[in-house]
Write a protein that binds this ligand. Structure first.
Ligand SMILES: [Zn+2]
Length: 351
């Protein structure tokens, strides 16, 4: 992944900390002005870059301060500019008072790390980074910000949870990534919606398949609208999760009740459908092998990728992917025997 973290929208916990820090470093003339000073970025949801640019140029910053009605002494202005320039995604936050771990003493900038004393309240340690406890996308349960991965949901497999580790270990599809950025939805929030959102019965799946969607959601450009709808739904879910995260910040220890069982084969089957057929052909094939299921699938206008996705999930869930399934598939595409055999083998069948 490229380092675009400074382009990220500032999470609310960090934004609140920024206001507290501005008022601490700005002193009495900045009292109660922190929020208005941040608003001088001109952005409703500022990024780290926006904050840094505000403080980049001394004259711009002076204008911003006077617009915000904060008449600071010159020395305080210098300190505040420096502090704003040091502020970034990794700046630690105090669990106790919410202040940020940046302190300017004399001409020295003291950037605290997690575990050191908070420059705001002094007594308490500065804890982790910008992330508050957050819902693990695999289980929906709230985990402390220091938890990076889930080792329990799939025994023997490590599933990454935090935004940082999701982005480090999984590839986010470029088209999806652009939409997520535009809507301010994190990749882990998108995954959470896939697995736990109200439409999970249409899309879901297990964590492996959710990752398939993250990495390669919709190859066809004409399906960007579907993708846009998904991201919009994930955004709505982010603000009003159907299953609110539990208050106890217990690490992930239990298997989630809502995740459907699935096999690695499901992802392969979906891909096979996408490669072999159009949406209409998939529909005709399902009509041939299990007509009653056609009604539970969306209209073919959703496009081949989405239709293949939902067909794969629905067929497997209804036990249609059985011994006779693959020979029927092969009869439609005899030239693709090798590809069909691979997927059949994953399901334990030979044809
Ligand atoms: Zn503190």
């Amino acid at each position: 992944m490229g380092d675009n973290s400074s382009m990220a929208k500032i999470p609310s916990r960090h934004l609140a900390g920024l206001v507290i820090m501005i008022e601490r470093i700005g002193g009495e003339c900045a009292a109660g002005r922190g929020k208005v000073i941040v608003e001088q970025t001109g952005e409703k949801d500022p990024t780290y870059d926006d904050v840094a640019s505000l403080a980049d140029d001394p004259r711009t910053f002076d204008v911003a301060l006077s617009k915000a009605g904060a008449d600071l002494p010159a020395g305080r202005i210098v300190k505040l500019r420096l502090a704003l320039q040091l502020f970034g995604p990794d700046t630690p936050v105090c669990e106790q008072c919410g202040d940020l771990g940046i302190d300017i003493v004399g001409k020295a900038a003291l950037v605290r790390s997690a575990g050191q004393a908070c420059p705001g309240c002094g007594k308490f340690l500065v804890a982790s980074g910008a992330e508050s406890p957050y819902p693990a996308w695999t289980t929906g349960r709230t985990v402390p910000s220091v938890i990076e991965a889930d080792f329990d949901t799939v025994p023997g497999d490590t599933i990454y949870l935090s935004e940082k580790s999701v982005r480090r270990h999984y590839a986010v599809d470029a088209g999806l990534d652009a939409l997520l950025g535009a809507e301010g939805v994190l990749a882990r929030e998108f995954l959470l919606w896939l697995v736990h959102g109200p439409e999970k019965r249409r899309f879901v799946v297990d964590s492996r398949l959710a990752l398939d969607v993250l990495e390669n959601p919709l190859p066809a450009a004409r399906e960007q609208n579907v993708l846009r709808n998904w991201v919009g739904a994930a955004k709505a879910f982010k603000y009003a999760p159907a299953e609110p995260a539990s208050a106890s910040a217990a690490p992930v220890t239990q298997k989630p009740p809502m995740v459907f069982k699935s096999t690695h084969g499901q992802g392969q089957l979906i891909q096979l459908f996408q490669e072999l057929f159009s949406a209409r052909e998939i529909q005709m094939f399902i009509h041939e092998i299990s007509p009653s299921l056609v009604g539970s699938l969306p209209d073919i206008s959703v496009g081949t990728s989405t239709y293949a996705f939902e067909a794969g999930v629905t067929l497997e869930r209804n036990g249609v992917v059985n011994r006779v399934f693959f020979p029927r598939l092969l009869s439609h595409r005899p030239d693709r025997r090798a590809d069909i055999e691979v997927v059949a083998n994953t399901y334990g069948f030979t044809i």
